[in-house]
Design a protein around this ligand. Structure first.
Ligand code: RFL
Ligand code: PHB
Length: 392
């Protein structure tokens, strides 16, 4: 088999890259370890930046998003029993975020690729990359039917997430790793309940952070800060609702509406970046190169920003024979990725309880929340980062 760009991973990064390359007339093949059903049902992120929405709409995969996505013009920060609104649109010249689940983005991109005759091979095993320092790199893998296959490419895009094979294929010593672990995790639930607030609510509480979000007019998405080694078995539905009510209840009596819990999971909190995001003809994009704690709602959006830069760089190479944009790919993406890392760290530090804090941090956090909900300059900074920095 042969293609121009061999893409490992059918997450947001891999699928959007394949879609953008197709628009430029560049061929690609996507190799995915999981089944189509698995990737189309995997519950993850839910907030799309304005720039992510714009890319989807401009490239013809935004029809359902425009119909079903929930456009939000503000978010709320809640502390000491009161909610404070941040007017995202008013502070950013009209930009907004859209709540539309990551797996819906995945469904739309898979449908568009297959309708255009694109190749996505699901349930492939044993993916490995070879000769990445040559002009003809190769990907070897096994198909579900059993056959060993080799895909020859001009370039390989490692879009296989944090636990993929691409990053570990780069020789040790060629990459520098920057890592930050946070001393807590998030317990996330999906509940069949109409969202009791129209906007997302980020809550600071002495028992820990809580986040109110949603997926549709009938489904609420909620998160609770918990211990990093938390055992889900200790969290009965009753205990989850009690903790949610305690953390969210405002002095006017607001709390989220209850409903049957459809799904529970624990997400770890980590910041991670590798530099550079390229080795020879292997380019890393999305979670394969960097992850952020979810407090800024940035992971998926950062993946889309990377592949926009990468698709343009491949287009320059294949259409005009120019390699400068490929050479600067890593530096371009890292510049934005570190700003997003900084914002995610800042939101995380402001809103979570840190174990062992004797009170200094709590006072500092409350001062920060008071500042950010009362100073227009501080609010504007939050808003411009939350709706998304320019894609670059
Ligand atoms: P993905 O989505 O992880 O996709 C990588 C794909 O590669 C496949 N793969 C392989 N395929 C072939 N061979 C191999 N050896 C392979 N190894 C892996 C995987 O099956 C997968 O299909 O990475 P991508 O495209 O970079 O996209 C990044 C986003 O998915 C990610 O940043 C966000 O989902 C992060 N994230 C969240 N972000 C938010 O902004 N808000 C959230 O609420 C939020 N919740 C989450 C999250 C990530 C989670 N993870 C990673 C478990 C909740 C969870 C639980
Ligand atoms: C979500 O809806 O899953 C969500 C929203 C905002 C975040 C993280 C996750 O910061």
């Amino acid at each position: 088999m042969r293609t121009q760009v061999g893409i490992i991973g059918a997450g947001p990064a891999g699928l959007m890259l394949s879609h953008l390359l197709h628009q430029e007339g560049i061929e690609s093949v996507v190799l995915e370890a999981r089944s189509r059903q698995y990737v189309e049902e995997r519950v993850r992120a839910g907030v799309l930046e304005q720039g992510t929405v714009d890319v989807m709409v401009e490239t013809g995969v935004g029809e359902r998003l425009k119909r079903e996505g929930l456009v939000h013009h503000g978010i709320e920060l809640s502390f000491l029993g009161r909610r404070h609104r941040i007017d995202l649109s008013g502070l950013t010249g009209g930009k907004a975020i859209t709540v539309y689940a990551q797996h819906e983005v995945i469904k739309d991109l898979i449908a568009a690729r297959l309708a255009a005759g694109g190749q996505i091979l699901f349930e492939v095993d044993g993916v490995s990359v070879h000769e990445i320092q040559s002009a003809a790199p190769k990907i070897r893998f096994r198909e579900r039917a059993g056959g060993e296959r080799e895909l020859s490419c001009d370039f390989i895009a490692g879009c296989d997430g944090f636990h993929g094979v691409s990053r570990p294929s780069i020789p040790e010593g060629a990459l520098t790793v920057f890592d930050r672990t946070y001393p807590f995790a998030w317990l996330g639930i999906l509940a069949e309940a109409a969202p009791a607030s129209e906007e997302l609510i980020y809550t600071y509480h002495e028992r820990g952070f809580a986040l109110f979000s949603m997926r549709s007019p009938a489904v609420t998405r909620l998160y609770l800060q918990c211990a990093p080694d938390e055992n889900l078995a200790n969290w009965s539905d009753g205990r989850i609702w009690e903790e949610l009510h305690t953390r969210f209840r405002t002095s006017d009596g607001w709390t989220p509406a209850e409903g049957p819990i459809l799904q529970k999971s624990i997400a770890e909190m980590r910041g991670f970046v590798v530099e550079p995001m390229q080795f020879g003809r292997l380019f890393l994009a999305g979670d394969a190169a960097h992850i952020v704690p979810p407090t800024g709602a940035k992971g998926l959006n950062l993946a889309i920003a990377d592949v926009r830069v990468l698709a343009r760089a491949f287009a320059e190479f294949f259409k005009r024979g120019r390699g400068e944009k490929l050479d600067s790919y890593s530096a371009t993406c890292l510049r934005r990725a570190w700003k997003v890392q900084r914002f995610s760290w800042w939101m995380t530090s402001m809103l979570h309880r840190f174990p062992g804090d004797a009170g200094f941090d709590q006072r500092r956090q409350l001062a920060e929340l008071d500042y950010v909900t009362s100073s227009r300059a501080a609010m504007t900074s939050l808003a411009e980062n939350y709706v998304g920095l320019p894609m670059g």
